[in-house]
Design a protein around this ligand. Structure first.
Ligand code: TYM
Length: 374
């Protein structure tokens, strides 16, 4: 900020976003060409946060603790963009009838979790066509070799060998476009997205180098300085996923949750005191770590260490602690899904705010690349 400009305190809240920081508003001699609003100033002083979730099924505990919990923690202090990655969902060829309902479900789940559309920009990826232009432009600076080496691509071609489409290959480029189109600094995601963020940084850096500019910031995968989370599934191996059949969903009823947890894979029990938990049991402890009281985790850890643990008791406790987290959200999901007017308002206001930010970037990027008016 220009230090020569005298400052005077502004006592109002920002009417656009409801942010409640007292801010110093510069009053230059002769005025600014286009006066900046308090909202503009708040945005300048904040980090920009972008993150999204694919609309490929209901949100599960992995999405919630890996991503959404941080969305909630970040939404008031940052300029946040949270979206539904429906273009990304097209790699699995959803049926047209399912596409819309999947988007609507994730939107209702975002809101039910507590994402506040009056504070954060909540939008649907396909409502911002500017992102596809940036995706195209970034495609020219991404190399087939590096895309083919991406872990998620290799996993996906194993999962869907009959549908290895180019969208799977260029998935990290679309994701980079989502992020840098808003010039994000922080991207709250789970561990599985770490490599995509490295690629995003590389694509941003490459653009800056190619055009000799310092235009795109290099965003970081973010979890408040802690390790990114990987919430495991209930099947003993691997992470919880939307389509792996190993997940607990925010929309699951208490009965479903109890049934799933009681069926979770464990082992025959520790054989000698102090034995380390096996992989499936460690997974249950990892879930317990995020949903239960630390004293509960301590109790069962000690029971395991002394070989007195009864997995049935642990599972019962775990199921109840999960339900305490999910049940209030589940009820709100149902209410919000029934409120079509509210959903429509959120979507249209979100699209407008996201497009304003994205179209500014596209204008500037075109200029940098060399598109000039005749
Ligand atoms: P998706 O839809 O697979 O997952 C959404 C978010 O949930 C996190 N997550 C997990 N975290 C911990 N443990 C788990 N088991 C677990 N499963 C999922 C993911 O890390 C992610 O944060 N490519 C993204 C969507 C996307 C995006 C973006 C994200 C598109 N563009 C731009 C951030 C920024 C994806 O497939 O997420």
């Amino acid at each position: 900020m220009n230090n020569n400009i005298p400052l005077r305190p502004l006592q109002k809240l920002c009417a656009l976003c409801g942010l409640n920081k007292l801010f110093l508003h510069p009053q230059p001699e002769g005025g600014l060409k286009k006066p900046l609003t308090l909202h503009d100033f708040l945005l300048l002083a904040m980090d920009t946060v972008v993150s999204g979730i694919r609309s490929t099924g209901n949100l599960h505990l992995g999405n919630y603790f890996g991503a959404v919990v941080n969305f909630l923690k970040m939404q008031k202090e940052n300029n946040c963009f949270f979206f539904i990655a429906d273009y990304h969902s097209l790699t699995t060829h959803p049926k047209p009838d399912d596409l819309h309902s999947n988007i609507k479900q994730i939107l209702a789940e975002y809101l039910a979790c507590g994402i506040d559309p009056d504070v954060a920009t909540v939008f649907i990826q396909s409502d911002v066509p500017e992102v596809t232009e940036l995706y195209l432009l970034l495609n020219m600076n991404a190399y087939v070799g590096e895309l083919e080496r991406t872990t998620s691509f290799k996993e996906q071609i194993r999962k869907q060998p009959d549908n290895i489409n180019a969208g799977l290959l260029t998935y990290p480029i679309l994701m980079a476009a989502d992020i840098i189109i808003h010039k994000a600094n922080k991207v709250p995601v789970g561990k599985d997205q770490e490599q995509h963020l490295e690629m995003t940084r590389r694509f941003a850096r490459r653009f800056n180098t190619l055009y000799e500019v310092n235009y795109f910031p290099e965003p970081d995968a973010y979890n408040f300085g802690k390790q990114l989370l990987k919430i495991p599934g209930l099947d003993g191996t691997g992470k919880m996923g939307k389509s792996e059949g190993n997940g607990i969903f925010l929309a699951d009823s208490p009965q479903e949750i109890r049934k799933k947890v009681m069926k979770a894979v464990t082992d025959t029990g520790p054989q000698k005191p102090g034995e380390k938990p096996s992989e499936p049991v460690k997974n249950l402890f990892t879930i317990m770590d995020v949903v239960s009281d630390p004293s509960t985790v301590k109790y069962f850890t000690e029971k395991h260490a002394s070989c007195e643990i009864r997995y049935g008791d642990m599972k019962k406790q775990l199921a109840e602690d999960i339900i305490k987290v999910t049940d209030p959200i589940r009820e709100r999901i149902l209410q919000i899904l029934a409120d079509r007017k509210y959903l429509a308002r959120v979507v249209s206001e979100g699209a407008e705010k996201a497009r304003a930010s994205a179209s500014k970037t596209i204008r500037e990027v075109r200029e940098i690349i060399g598109y000039r008016p005749f």
